[in-house]
Ligand binder design. Structure first.
Ligand code: GDG
Length: 737
C-alpha cells in the first residue's frame, strides 16, 4: 500500500527537559496518539502537526532543535506564532467552533479576524503536508481545527486519498447554519474522500447540511459531487483496552508498601467502613462536560437522603483546560463555589463529601481511581464520544462497578447497559445515583461484562484499521471510475472508429448530459455553445444525431425545431425523424391518468416548490425546487403509495434526478433506440447519458456500440466521462473529424 500520513493540530509528543536541561520529547498518552501509532508507522508516513510551542516564544536555535527532535520521530512541525495560536486556536477553534458544535450558541464569537486566522493556519498545515506527500498517498486529517485542510490538499494534489475524522459532535443543520462560514467549512470537509464521525447521528446531521446547503445528490451515505464520490460513515473511536486492563490488574497485585499515595488513601477510606462508596467524575474542566449539573445532583442526594451523608464521597478530577478563554474561567469559579458550598454544608471533621482535584494526574493514578470507584458519574451536556467512560469500564477487572451516563455523550450508543440519564434532569440524576449505589453485584457484573466485550472487540487499533480499510474502499470506488474513464488514448481509438465509419448513429440524452440541471426544468433551453456543437455534428451528413430524452415532444420539438436532429421523446413513446412528422413508436394509452393525477397533485400541495408535469403519456412529479430533505422524504412516500396502484395497470414508476415519473410499462430508451436503428446500417453507434433511464440504452444497444455514462455511478456503459463540460468538449473534438 502507499504511504499514509496523519495531520492533526498537535503532534503526538510534548516537549520536556531532560536532566541536563536539554529538550526531549515525551509521547502523548491520548487515544489519538495510540491509535495512530498503530497505523501510520506501518505505512511509512509522516505526522504533520503543531509541536506545542509558539515559534516566537523561543530562539531560532531552540526552534530548530525542537524541529529536529520531532523529525527523528517521523513528525513534521507546523510553526505557529503566538498571535496565530491566539486567533486560530483560542479564537476560531475554541470560541467559535467548539461552542457551536456543542450547542452552546450563546458562547459563540463571530469574529472575521478569527476566521481569517483559521483559513491561514489551515493553509499552513496544508502547505506543510503538500511538501511531504506524493501522488497516490493517503492522508488522514483530524478534527475541528483542520476542517479546511482536505479541500486545500485535494485542490493541489487530486491524486491522493484523503480521510477526515471529526472527534466532536457535528451539530444539527439548524445550529450549523448559524455560522457565517458554514459553506466554506462544508466545502473544506468535502475535499476528503471519506469523512468519519463517532456516531450515526453526527453523520446524519452532516449529510443533512450537505443536502440543504449544496443540494448534492446523496444515496445512503454516498455524496455525489460531479465525478467524485465522498463517503460519510460512523466509526466510534475505541481505547487501548488492554493497556487499561493490564494497568488495573497490576494495581490490584501491587504489594502494600509499593502502593501510591492515592492508592493508600483510597484504601484507608474503605478500611474505615467497607460499606462506604466512591463516585468518580473525571473530565477536562469544560462547559460541555456538565460538571455543575453533576454537583447539583450530588447535592440533592445529600440534602434529600441524609442516610448517605458520611457514606458516599464524590472524587472529582477536573483537568485544567483552555484557561485563557473567559467561559472556562467563569466555569472554574462556578465549580469552585459549588464544591465549597457542598463541602461546607454537608462535611464535618471526618467527612468531606467531595474530593476535588484541579489538576491532571499521572496515568497510573488515573487507573487507580477507575479501579477503586464504585460508580462513574459521567454527565456531559454534549460530548463527541467520551473516552473516560470506556476507560472506567476497561479498568473494572473484577467486573463490578456502575456507570451513570448522559444520553448526550456519543459513547452512550455503545453502552446501553449503563444507567442512562438526561444531564438537565437533576431529579433523574439523583435517582440514578441511588440506583447505582444500591445495585447488587450480580447485576453490576452482568452489565459491565456486556460492555467490556464490546469495548474489547472494537478498541482503538480496530478503529484505526477500520477507518483505513474504508479509505481503501473509497479509493477503489474512485479507481473503478478511472478504469472506465475516457482517457486520451481511449478517445483516440473512438475517434479512429468514428472517422472510418460511413454511417454514425449518435444518441444523446439531454438533461445531465448535454445540459446541466437547473432549478426550473422548463427553462433549461439549449445555450449557444450547445447549439453550435449540434450544428457542427450535423453538418456532416454521415452523422445521424438523435436527442433521446424523457422530455415531452412539445418542448424538445420547439427547442430543436431548426436543428438537423431526430428526436425520441418521453423515453421512447414519440419519434420525430428529421424532416418527418411525429410518430408513435408503440401503442400506448393514457387512460390511467385521471386515476394517478390526484395522487401526484396531493404531493404538489404538500411539498412547496414541487410541481407536476403532464406529458402525453406520463405524469412527472418534480421536486428539485423543494426543500431537499422534504423532497426526498416525499419521493419515498410517493413511490410507496404508487406501488400498489401501478401494479394493476401495467404502469411503471421511474425515478430520475429529483423526479418521480409514472408511465406506461415496457417503454424505454433501449427499445426505442434499437427500433430506430432498424434498416439504418449504422457502422458506428455512440450513446451518452447520465441517469438510470439511460442504462436501458447502454444495456440494449449492440455490443459494438460506444456507450458513455456521464458521472461516477455504477453503469453498464463501456466508458464514463465526468461532467457535462467534458461531454461538450468531447463532442466538439469528435465533430472536427
Ligand atoms: C475529545 C472529545 C472524544 C483525563 N484526565 C487525565 C487524563 N485524561 C484523559 C482520559 C481520556 C482523555 O483524557 C479525555 O478524553 P475524552 O474523550 O473524555 O474527552 P476530550 O478531551 O474532550 O476529547 C471527546 C475525544 O476527543 C476522542 O475523540 O471522545 O468527545 O471532546 O483519555 O484518560 N489522562 C491522564 N491524567 C489525567 O488527569 N493521564
Amino acid at each position: 500500500m502507499n504511504k499514509l500520513h496523519i495531520v492533526s493540530n498537535r503532534l503526538p509528543f510534548s516537549i520536556n527537559n531532560d536532566e541536563n536541561g536539554d529538550f526531549c520529547l515525551a509521547p502523548s498518552v491520548g487515544g489519538l496518539a495510540t491509535g495512530m501509532n498503530s497505523v501510520y508507522k506501518d505505512f511509512n508516513g509522516k505526522w504533520i502537526g503543531w509541536p506545542g510551542v509558539a515559534s516566537d516564544s523561543r530562539t531560532k536555535k531552540e526552534i530548530n532543535k525542537i524541529e529536529s527532535l520531532f523529525e527523528e520521530e517521523g513528525c513534521v512541525s507546523v510553526q505557529l506564532s503566538g498571535e496565530e495560536i491566539e486567533q486560530f486556536y483560542e479564537g476560531f477553534c475554541n470560541n467559535t467552533i467548539w461552542p457551536l458544535f456543542h450547542y452552546f450558541a450563546q458562547y459563540v464569537d463571530f469574529h472575521p479576524e478569527f476566521w481569517e486566522a483559521y483559513v491561514n493556519v489551515n493553509q499552513k498545515f496544508a502547505d506543510k503536508t503538500l511538501e511531504v506527500i506524493e501522488d497516490g498517498d493517503y492522508v488522514w486529517v483530524h478534527d475541528y481545527q483542520l476542517m479546511l485542510v482536505p479541500e486545500m490538499l485535494k485542490k493541489k494534489k487530486p491524486n491522493i486519498t484523503v480521510g477526515f475524522f471529526l472527534h466532536i459532535p457535528f451539530p444539527s443543520y439548524e445550529v450549523f447554519r448559524i455560522l457565517p462560514w458554514r459553506n466554506n467549512i462544508l466545502g473544506g470537509l468535502l475535499g476528503a474522500d471519506l469523512i468519519g464521525f463517532h456516531t450515526y447521528d453526527y453523520e446524519r446531521h452532516f449529510l443533512s447540511s450537505v443536502r440543504r446547503l449544496f443540494g448534492y445528490e446523496i444515496s445512503f451515505n454516498e455524496i455525489h459531487i460531479d465525478a467524485r464520490i465522498v463517503i460519510a460513515d460512523a466509526f466510534p473511536m475505541g481505547i487501548d483496552y488492554k493497556k487499561f486492563e493490564d494497568a488495573s490488574l497490576k494495581i490490584n497485585q501491587t504489594p502494600l508498601k509499593e502502593r501510591s499515595e492515592i492508592h493508600r488513601e483510597l484504601e484507608k477510606y474503605f478500611l474505615m467502613d467497607p460499606d462506604k462508596k466512591l463516585i468518580l467524575s473525571i473530565d477536562r474542566l469544560d462547559y460541555s462536560k456538565g460538571i455543575p449539573n453533576r454537583l447539583h445532583a450530588f447535592e440533592r442526594l445529600l440534602a434529600n437522603h441524609p442516610e448517605y451523608r458520611g457514606k458516599v464521597t464524590l472524587v472529582m478530577l477536573a483537568v485544567p483546560s483552555r484557561n485563557n478563554v473567559v467561559h472556562y474561567q467563569r466555569l472554574k469559579s462556578e465549580v469552585d463555589e459549588l464544591v465549597g458550598g457542598i463541602n461546607g454544608l454537608y462535611g464535618n471533621i471526618n467527612y468531606t463529601p467531595i474530593w476535588y482535584f484541579y489538576r491532571s494526574l499521572p496515568f497510573h493514578n488515573l487507573v487507580e481511581l477507575y479501579s477503586m470507584s464504585d460508580v462513574a458519574l459521567i454527565t456531559p451536556v454534549r460530548d463527541g464520544m467520551n473516552l473516560v467512560a470506556k476507560e472506567y469500564i476497561a479498568s473494572r477487572v473484577n467486573q463490578t462497578g456502575v456507570m451513570i451516563l448522559s444520553e448526550m455523550a456519543g459513547v452512550m450508543k455503545e453502552m446501553g447497559e449503563a444507567i442512562i440519564i438526561n444531564p438537565n434532569d437533576e431529579e433523574e440524576m439523583e435517582s440514578a445515583i441511588i440506583q447505582a449505589l444500591e445495585m447488587d453485584e450480580v447485576e453490576q457484573k452482568k452489565r459491565v461484562t456486556a460492555i467490556q466485550e464490546r469495548l474489547k472487540r472494537y478498541d482503538v487499533y480496530k478503529w484505526a484499521k477500520d477507518f483505513v480499510g474504508a479509505l481503501n474502499r473509497v479509493n477503489r470506488i474512485q479507481k473503478d471510475f478511472l478504469a472506465k474513464k475516457v482517457t486520451p488514448a481511449i478517445e483516440k481509438n473512438i475517434v479512429k472508429r468514428f472517422t472510418t465509419a460511413s454511417k454514425r448513429a449518435i444518441f444523446l440524452d439531454y438533461d445531465g448530459t448535454l445540459k446541466g440541471f437547473e432549478n426550473d426544468p422548463k427553462g433549461v433551453h439549449p445555450d449557444e455553445e450547445l447549439e453550435s456543437i449540434i450544428d457542427s455534428l450535423t453538418r456532416n451528413e454521415r452523422n445521424i444525431v438523435t436527442i433521446i430524452s424523457g422530455r415531452d415532444k412539445e418542448t424538445l420539438g420547439k427547442w430543436f425545431k431548426d436543428k438537423s436532429v431526430n428526436l425520441i421523446c418521453e423515453h421512447g413513446v414519440w419519434l420525430k425523424r428529421l424532416g418527418d412528422e411525429w410518430e408513435m413508436m408503440t401503442n400506448v394509452s393514457n387512460s390511467w391518468m385521471p386515476m394517478i393525477r390526484p395522487v401526484l397533485e396531493s404531493y404538489v400541495d404538500r411539498t412547496p416548490g414541487s410541481f407536476l408535469e403532464e406529458k402525453n403519456y406520463s405524469l412527472v412529479w418534480h421536486y428539485r425546487g423543494a426543500e431537499a430533505e422534504l423532497g426526498e422524504l416525499r419521493a419515498k412516500e410517493l413511490r410507496d403509495e404508487l406501488t400498489g396502484l401501478v401494479a394493476n395497470h401495467n404502469l411503471e414508476i421511474m425515478e430520475g434526478n429529483k423526479v418521480v415519473e409514472v408511465k406506461t410499462g415496457g417503454i424505454n430508451k433501449g427499445a426505442a433506440a434499437n427500433s430506430f436503428l432498424v434498416n439504418m446500417n449504422a457502422d458506428f453507434i455512440l450513446a451518452m447519458g447520465d441517469d438510470w433511464t439511460d442504462e436501458y440504452l447502454f444495456r440494449e444497444l449492440p455490443e459494438s456500440a460506444v456507450s458513455i455514462k456521464v458521472g461516477i455511478k455504477h453503469t453498464s456503459a463501456v466508458y464514463k466521462i465526468d461532467t457535462v463540460k467534458t461531454v461538450r468538449s468531447f463532442l466538439k473534438r469528435l465533430a472536427k473529424n
